[in-house]
Design a protein around this ligand. Structure first.
Ligand code: C5P
Length: 231
């Protein structure tokens, strides 16, 4: 598979467990996501080991700081050879533009988180935002696109609306994916792989339905089959 659509979230607290788990997967069928916990614990070493196993890495560190600092962090991530890195769109257009410029000519893709899905309307009001979460997420996605980034993280349910306003060439990366029979875990708004693809998602972030499966490779293959049927 040239461009696997699944990004497996390696949400483990122990790097050895994460590495052993990844070794059970097939790098031709998925990419992997390394987040703040594992990266804070062991950093680049784990990224290097995962790359040696053949995986493309989405380094999910959600940078949010002044433009110069975020640009330098994105450049550093790119030097590690990661496939994708992300920032918070709420850092503003100067920060987004600086991050994009830092990756000029590099292969690393740069996407933004619009609004954290953990923020409810009450939280936004408390922070002084007067818009609805939905319209803020759309505004931030369009800002991200205007600043020249490659895409955004969004829920598969809002992907259809974002796809309409951003056009075809903007990456939509969607977590909260579950097959019909999977447990929802703590996700409130979930979509099946087929729904996500129909709504215009490019990449699907999947964690527990694969990481907690008794047969992770089989679970991964099953998700890929569902995607293949939907594209
Ligand atoms: O286990 P599960 O499939 O729910 O994992 C989803 C992954 O996507 C986790 O790493 C989670 O932090 C991440 N994520 C999310 N919702 C967002 C952004 C990221 O679930 N809005």
């Amino acid at each position: 598979m040239n461009d696997p659509r699944i990004i497996v979230a390696l949400d483990f607290s122990d790097p050895d467990v994460a590495l052993n788990f990844a070794a059970q997967l097939d790098s031709a069928l998925c990419r992997v996501k390394v987040g703040k916990e594992l990266f804070t614990l062991v950093g680049p070493q784990l990224v290097e080991k995962l790359m040696k196993l053949g995986f493309d890495i989405f380094l999910d560190l959600k940078f949010h700081d002044i433009p110069n600092t975020v640009a330098a962090a994105c450049h550093a991530a790119s030097s590690l050879g990661v496939w994708m890195v992300n920032v918070h769109a709420l850092g503003g257009s100067k920060m987004l533009t600086a991050a994009r410029q830092a990756l000029e000519g590099k292969k690393t893709r740069l996407i933004a988180v619009t609004l954290l899905t953990s923020l409810a309307q009450d939280d936004l009001t408390e922070l002084g935002f007067i818009d609805t979460a939905e319209s803020m997420a759309q505004r931030l996605a369009l800002l991200t696109q205007r600043c020249g980034l490659d895409g955004v993280v969004c829920s598969a349910l809002e992907a259809a609306r974002l796809r309409k306003v951003t056009g075809a060439d903007f990456l939509l990366v969607t977590p909260g994916i579950r097959s019909v029979d999977d447990s929802k875990d703590d996700q409130a708004r979930i979509a099946t792989p087929a729904m996500a693809i129909h709504n215009g998602a490019n990449y699907l972030v999947i964690g527990r339905p694969i990481t907690r499966s008794s047969d992770p490779l089989k679970a991964l293959q099953r998700f890929n089959d569902e995607i293949m049927l939907a594209v």
